[in-house]
Design a protein around this ligand. Sequence first.
Ligand SMILES: Cc1cc2nc3c(=O)[nH]c(=O)nc-3n(C[C@H](O)[C@H](O)[C@H](O)COP(=O)(O)OP(=O)(O)OC[C@H]3O[C@@H](n4cnc5c(N)ncnc54)[C@H](O)[C@@H]3O)c2cc1C
Length: 359
Amino acid sequence: MFDLHVVGAGPAGSFAAITALRNGKNVLLCEEHKQVGVPTHCSGLVSASGLEQLKDVVDYTSIILNTITRANLHGKNERMTLSFPFPKAYVIDRAKFDEMAVEKYGEEGGKIKTGHPVRSLSDLQSHCIVGADGPISTVARLFHFPPITAYSSCWQGVFDYSSPDLSAVEVFFDPSWAPGFIGWVIPLDEYTAKIGLGVTKKGCLPGAKKKFITSLRLSQAKPISEFSALIPLSVRKKTGGIFGSHKVVLAGDAAGQVKASSGGGIFFGAQCGRLAAKYAGEPAKYEKEWKKAYGADLALHRLFRSTLDTLPAWGLDAWLMSMKAAKIDKWLMQAGEMDEYSKMLDGKALMKLARTWMP
Ligand SMILES: Cc1cc2nc3c(=O)[nH]c(=O)nc-3n(C[C@H](O)[C@H](O)[C@H](O)COP(=O)(O)OP(=O)(O)OC[C@H]3O[C@@H](n4cnc5c(N)ncnc54)[C@H](O)[C@@H]3O)c2cc1C
């Protein structure tokens, strides 16, 4: 038996495993697929500030595919541009990110079993478990955790597509294109881009996808590659517990620790994975600690999403127009955070907002 069994070798699992290892624990990391990082169900867009915080495990500088300094936010007819004088985010090779995290864990002496799924309680090799096994978590099911109540069904393709601005991501909020979520174009280079969207209404992904790619004049184009996958948009009511002799905590997508605004989950998954390892033997403490660190941020992302959900298409345009009229765009360019929204509410950031209004 091991001190800790981490199930799933995505960002949450590998960061949990390496943290436990660094704390002197005898850890097993297991992954159902033979190769870590594939298949990849992700756009790989991560904030520069987030990647910096994960650098002790993955030196992301060698896996950057594109540098992002601009975001164009689209309503139905209205658009708001946020431009930054520095790299705000990077498109990284997501498969390599996962591979490098596990390699680092291996270099530091960690044990990993690939091609090794957990299907039943008898597959568990410790009484202390981190369930980091993604949006449809087997660990959560085995221990009867409360469900994730909202998901976005997403599709993404890599297309031959020349983005007019290589350093800009395009984000589409129009609910007639991406009801309940967003659409995106993320340039990879001069010739290719990741194009995708998510919806929350059951059964409407194929229709929404058709409408979206037609609007981008891609209805005749065949994607170079494509996939569909789920993004959790709500946190489970409970993310840790003691079940007989097992102490179990959930991290990353398995817990629903994902930005409901954009679906980004690499940063929060990895950071909560670290906390899951630190407090694996104390599930109640884990829950308290991750909520203290990131609960407000995830709640603010959820609030942002819920607010958008109340707006019709014309309301989204009005929202973008009023943001520009109130110079919120100028403030976001100075103090905007992609992950930790709560930082935008601290005194320094709010002073910057006040300054944008000064005559
Ligand atoms: C279309 C799309 C685009 C996205 N784009 C971005 C983006 O640009 N930026 C961003 O930050 N996030 C993005 N995300 C979200 C991001 O991919 C996830 O939030 C992130 O992967 C969560 O990491 P994780 O370790 O919790 O889960 P995962 O990465 O899903 O890892 C879970 C691992 O567990 C393994 N596993 C599952 N079940 C078992 C089992 N029973 N036994 C053993 N192993 C198991 C899986 O094979 C997998 O390797 C996107 C998601 C989607 C669907």
